[in-house]
Design a protein around this ligand. Sequence first.
Ligand SMILES: CC/C=C\C/C=C\C/C=C\C/C=C\CCCCC(=O)SCCNC(=O)CCNC(=O)[C@H](O)C(C)(C)COP(=O)(O)OP(=O)(O)OC[C@H]1O[C@@H](n2cnc3c(N)ncnc32)[C@H](O)[C@@H]1OP(=O)(O)O
Ligand code: FAD
Length: 631
Amino acid sequence: MMIHTNNYILNIKELWDDVPEEYLSHKERYENAIKKAFIVLKVLRQLHTGNIQITDHRTPTNVYSIQDGIFRNVNPLLIHIGLFWSTIAAQASTEQQAEWLQPDSSMIGTYVQTELGHGSFIRGIETTATYDSTTDEFILHTPRLSAYKWWPGGLGNTANACLVMAQLYINGTCHGLHIFLAQIRDFDTHKPLPGIKVGEIGPKMGFNTADNGFLGFDNHRIPRTNMLMKNVQVLRDGTYVKPKHDKLTYGSMLLTRVTLISDLAYQLSKAATIAVRYSAVRRQSPIKSNEPERQILDFVSQQHKLFITIASSHVYRVVGLWMWNSHKRVTADIHEGNMGQLPELHALACCLKAISSRDASALVEQCRLACGGHGYMMASNLPQIYAYTTAAVTYEGEYTVLLLQTARYLVKFWRLAAEHKPLPQNFAYFEDYIKKNFEQWRNSPEGIIEGFKAIVAGKTKAAYDTLQCNLRNGREFEEAWNMASVQLTNASEAYARSLLCEVFWKETVQLSTKVSKSLAIVLEQLAELYLMYWALEKHGDLLLYSTISRNDIEALQSRYEELLALIRPNAVGLVDAFDIRDEVLCSTLGAYDGRVYERMMEEASKSPLNEDVVNESFHKYIRPVTMKNKL
Ligand SMILES: CC/C=C\C/C=C\C/C=C\C/C=C\CCCCC(=O)SCCNC(=O)CCNC(=O)[C@H](O)C(C)(C)COP(=O)(O)OP(=O)(O)OC[C@H]1O[C@@H](n2cnc3c(N)ncnc32)[C@H](O)[C@@H]1OP(=O)(O)O
Ligand SMILES: Cc1cc2nc3c(=O)[nH]c(=O)nc-3n(C[C@H](O)[C@H](O)[C@H](O)COP(=O)(O)OP(=O)(O)OC[C@H]3O[C@@H](n4cnc5c(N)ncnc54)[C@H](O)[C@@H]3O)c2cc1C
C-alpha cells in the first residue's frame, strides 16, 4: 500500500485523545500510551517490511516527530526502538543479529544499565554475569539492593527482554562490563520468568508514559551466546577474547548522546514556535501611552528572550547533523580497526550533549516564562516540553560528569602545549595563548570565535595550573582533579560554546551560498545573533582572556539590539518554517491559526471539574462547614 505518512498517522483515530492525558491516572496514562505505541510499532514494521510505502518526501523520522503529538509525553517503546535495536545492530555478532533482529520478533526490549546504587560511575555496577562452563551459560545475579537495576524505560511492564550491563566473571576473574541479552518475561503470558523480580518505579516529573522500571536477577541463567559478541567474545571453554578498545561497550551511550543533540533542537523549535506565535497574538500595554496595546513581541526584552531560542534551535540542528556525520565517519573507521578518532568523538559528544541539554531546558523554561501566566497551563504544552527536556540533562550521562570527561581531553592537549610538544591543528590556539600571540579584537563573528578560543585556552590553563599546584602540594591525581573540578567543567563548557559558535557560523556561511539572497541574509542574522548573544553573556570571560575592550562590548550590545530589530519582522515566519503541525505542537497558545483565547476556553471545558454545575464535594465537605451556623 502506498501511503502519505502524515495523513495516514493523523487519520488513525485511536492515536488521538478526546480527554487530555493530564486528566488520566498514572495507570490509565500508561495503558493509553501503550495502546498507541503498538499501533505506531505496527506502522513502523509495515514501513520496514515494505508492506506500506511512504509517498511523501519524508521518512520514518517523520513518524518519530509525529509521535510527540500522539503521546504528548514519550513513547513507552522509545528505548525498544532507539536503544535496544540499535545496540544489537552495533554490538552483536552477525549471527546474533540474524537471529535477534527479525522484524516480526516477539522481543520487546529495553536497555538496562543504571542501578539503584550506580548511574554515572558505571564501573561500580554490581550486577554480575558469571560464566558456568559446565552448562555453557552465564548466571545473571543481583547481589544486593543497591545492585537492582533502576530507571530503564519500558522495563516496568512493557519489555519482555532486555540488554543488561553486568560485570563479567570467568573462573573468578572480573573482565569488567559487558552487555547480555536476557529474556525477563514469558513471551506468551508476559509473566516474569522464574528468578526475575521486575516492576515499575512510580511517577516522575515527566516521562510518565515510559514505565521506567526496576529489575533484580536471582541466579538467572542465559546461554553463553547471549553475550553481545561483535567486539568481544567468550569462547565455549571460557577463553576471553578482548575487544580492540575497552570502551566499545559504551558505544550505545556515545550514539545516543550524538542523536540527542538533534532531538533537543526539535524540542527548542517547538517551544520557540509556541512562544513566538503567542507573542504575536498577545497584546499587553501600549509602548507609548497614547497608542493601542502592542503585541508583546514588540517589546525588545521579549525579543531578547525568544530570538535566541529560534537561533539555538538552528545551532543544534546544524551541530547535531555535523556530529551525526562525524559519528558515521568514526564508526566506519572503527569497522576497519582504526580507533584513533574515538577519543575525540567521545569528548565532543560529552560536552555537546551536556551543553545542548542544559541550553535547551533553560530556553524552554524561558519560553514558558515569556508566555506569562498562560505558559503555566498544561494546555500550553510548555510544562511538558520542559519536563521532557530537563531529563536530558541527567540521562545518558549527567551534565557535570560528561563535562569532566571532555576536560580530560582538554587537559591532555594543554599538557602537550605546556611541554611545547606538537599539537593537532584544532588545538594550535593553545600554543598561541601560551606564546601570548593574541589577535587584535575584531567585533565580528570571526573575532568572537577567536575570542571564545582564547577563553577555552585561558580556562584550561587555569584548571591545569590548579591541578598541578594541587599535585605539587602532595595530593594524589584523583584528589587533585576533584579539587580542580569546578574550573575543569568551566573549561569544558567554554570549549563546547566555542565549537557551537564556530561550526554554526561556518556552516551558515556555506549554506548561504546555496540559498536565495534574501534567505541567506536572515540565516546570517540568526547566526550572528547567536554569537553576539553569547559574547555579551560571556563578556566577563572575554575581558579576562581576550583583547576585547569596554568600547568593543558597547559596540557588540548595539549590534545585538540592531539584530533583534532586523529579525522581528521575520520572527513568525521563522517559526512557521519549523513546520510543526498543530497536532504535534499540542498547544492552545501556539496553534497556527492564533485562536489562543478560544482554544483556551475549549480546553478548559474538557476539565472533569466542569462536568457538574455543582460538584458533589460541595455537599460532602463545603456546605457542612459554611452552612453549619446558619441552620
Ligand atoms: C533512546 C534514545 C534513542 C534516540 C534518541 C533520540 C531521542 C531521545 C529522546 C529521548 C530519550 C529517552 C530516553 C532516555 C534514555 C536514557 C538512557 C540512559 O540513560 S542509559 C544510561 C546512561 N548512562 C550513562 O551515560 C552513564 C555515564 N557514565 C559513563 O559513561 C562512564 O561511567 C564514564 C563517566 C564515561 C566513565 O567511565 P569509566 O569509569 O569506565 O571510565 P574510566 O574513568 O575508566 O576511563 C575513562 C576513559 O574512557 C574513555 N571513554 C569513556 N567513555 C567512552 C566512550 N563512550 N567512548 C569512548 N571512550 C570513552 C574516556 O575518554 C577516558 O579516556 P582517557 O581520558 O583515559 O584516555
Ligand atoms: C528520564 C530518565 C530516563 C532514564 N532511562 C534510562 C534507561 O533507559 N536505562 C538506564 O540504564 N538508565 C536510565 N536512566 C538513568 C540515567 O542514565 C542516570 O540517572 C544518569 O546516568 C545519572 O546517574 P545518577 O542518577 O546515578 O546520578 P549521580 O551520578 O548519582 O549524580 C548525582 C550528582 O552527583 C554528581 N556526580 C556524580 N559523579 C560525579 C563525579 N565523578 N564528579 C563530579 N560530580 C559527580 C552529579 O554531577 C550529580 O550532581 C534514566 C534516567 C532518567 C532521569
